[in-house]
Design a protein around this ligand. Structure first.
Ligand code: HEM
Length: 443
């Protein structure tokens, strides 16, 4: 029997792979899940046989959280879902091409200013990283960014975080397996319903404000929210636009900020790595701030980012897939409706693929270092590839480069232990809270 409440489920599933092999089956109640733990096997399911495994599991509570499956992340594979993803993808692509760079640059400068203002104090930076990542998404979606103290931002984040945590609670997930319980009073479920109503009111208001501002030409911007609702034979309705905003806010905030937080935590353990990045930045760019187009001339910085994505894939178990029809993976028969869990954490720690897989070694991604970009799959792949991959890559590059150009990260004090690098995994794999000193570099 699998304990799904393990503090670090991906590590647990990875240890099972060492015992039972890279593909194994688990029965949880009346649900059968197949866990994939190696990048070639994951690629076979998600990329080569994408049309067999592009479904998402159905559930009573999932339907409620996603307005009847009308999110990109939780919606099942259908003509309506394909139209939704296509429209969102091209709108996001337009933003990425036209304005994303300047949006991230602005947030990176702002983040550095916030760190300067700490004046060498020892602080927990996780909230600042969350605000920076969230501001990138709210600029694209609402044409607005917020300060850490903003009530609007707090309300929005609080509501989204509560929904994610309530939805994951056993009091609510048991409603999926035992329909009779839905008739009994269930306070956590009532709280979830209230929170969903609050989320929809907040998002609805932001979308309305944005539409009015655009009509009055009070703001100009990428216009992401003007996803054309009449597009694709009227398949895309207002609810899709609304839920796309939820998708981007949830998918694009905690992930990017968790990865930045991991990066600083690892650099505290290995100060020579941040010095190497700093020297590379100074050598190549002199005093100017980096552009995304500089990435080809900054191999060590890119190697650091790849190593972080490998060691701490922040969506360690991706999002569950569902077999749409009978198929096979690695020669094993997979019946229709089987739930497929791509264990990206396991794939990134596979000793058959990675030398010394648990060690932090950015050099493995330098030329001749032996690291395999093909086996690096932090964003999944195929029809369900992370919608924000391009956004996340640009954010990771610019945020990390700005931070390491302007600051040296130092341990909070000699007495305090360095950050615990094991982390806690729920939907997102996060480092446990720690404090750090951001010491300004002399330019
Ligand atoms: C889905 C990783 C950032 C939006 C996913 C999936 C992974 C992932 C593994 C699941 C793929 C699957 O089901 O097989 C990451 C990582 C990020 C990141 C590692 C940052 C380091 C972002 C950002 C956005 C975003 C910045 C939005 C701008 C989404 C959406 C989905 C998704 C909407 C659902 C896609 C679908 O079901 O078709 N992401 N993500 N993600 N991500 Fe990301």
């Amino acid at each position: 029997m699998l304990d799904l409440a393990q503090e670090h489920l991906p590590i647990h599933l990875t240890s099972l792979a060492r015992r039972y092999g890279n593909i194994y089956r688990l029965n949880c109640g009346n649900t059968t899940m197949v866990i994939l733990n190696n990048s070639e096997i994951i690629r076979e399911a998600l990329i080569k046989k994408w049309s067999d495994f592009a479904g998402r599991p159905h559930s009573y509570t999932g339907d409620i959280v996603s307005s009847g499956g009308r999110t990109i992340s939780l919606g099942d594979f259908s003509e309506e879902w394909k139209a939704h993803r296509r429209v969102a993808h091209s709108a996001l692509h337009r933003c990425t091409r036209d304005s994303l760079h300047s949006v991230i640059e602005k947030q990176a400068h702002h983040l550095c200013q916030v760190l300067w203002d700490y004046n060498g104090k020892s602080v927990d930076l996780s909230e600042d990283f969350t605000v920076a990542a969230s501001n990138v998404i709210t600029t694209l979606t609402f044409g607005k960014s917020y300060d850490k103290s903003s009530v609007d931002l707090k309300k929005l984040q609080d509501s989204l975080n509560k929904i994610v945590s309530l939805w994951g609670s056993p009091w609510i997930s048991m409603l999926d397996s035992f329909p009779l319980l839905r008739k009994l009073p269930n306070p956590p479920f009532s709280r979830l319903m209230k929170e969903i109503a609050r989320r929809d009111e907040l998002i609805g208001k932001h979308i309305e404000d944005r539409t009015v501002a655009l009509q009055k030409k009070a703001i100009s911007g990428p216009g992401f929210l003007k996803l054309e609702t009449q597009n694709e034979n009227n398949k895309i309705i207002y609810t899709h636009v609304h839920m796309t905003t939820v998708d981007l806010l949830i998918g694009g905030t905690e992930t990017t900020s968790a990865l930045l937080n991991w990066t600083v935590a690892f650099l505290l353990h290995r100060p020579e790595v941040q010095n190497k990045v700093y020297e590379e930045l100074c050598g190549v760019l002199d005093v100017r701030y980096p552009q995304y187009s500089d990435r080809h001339r900054l191999p060590y910085l890119c190697a650091l980012i790849n190593e972080m994505l490998r060691l701490r894939p922040v969506a360690p178990l991706a999002v569950p897939h569902r077999a749409i029809r009978n198929s096979s993976i690695a020669g094993h028969f997979i019946p229709k409706n089987t739930i497929i869990i791509p264990n990206l954490y396991g794939a990134h720690h596979d000793p058959e693929v990675w030398d010394d897989p648990y060690s932090f070694k950015p050099e493995r991604f330098l030329e001749g270092g032996g690291g395999s970009l093909r086996a690096l799959i932090p964003f999944g792949g195929g029809a369900r590839l992370c919608l924000g991959e391009a956004v996340a890559k640009m954010e990771m590059f610019l945020f990390t480069a700005y931070l390491l150009r302007d600051f040296q990260f130092l341990p909070a004090s000699k007495e305090k232990p360095l950050p615990d690098l094991r982390g806690v995994a729920s939907v997102v794999l996060k480092v446990k809270p720690y404090t750090v000193i951001a010491h300004p570099r002399e330019q």
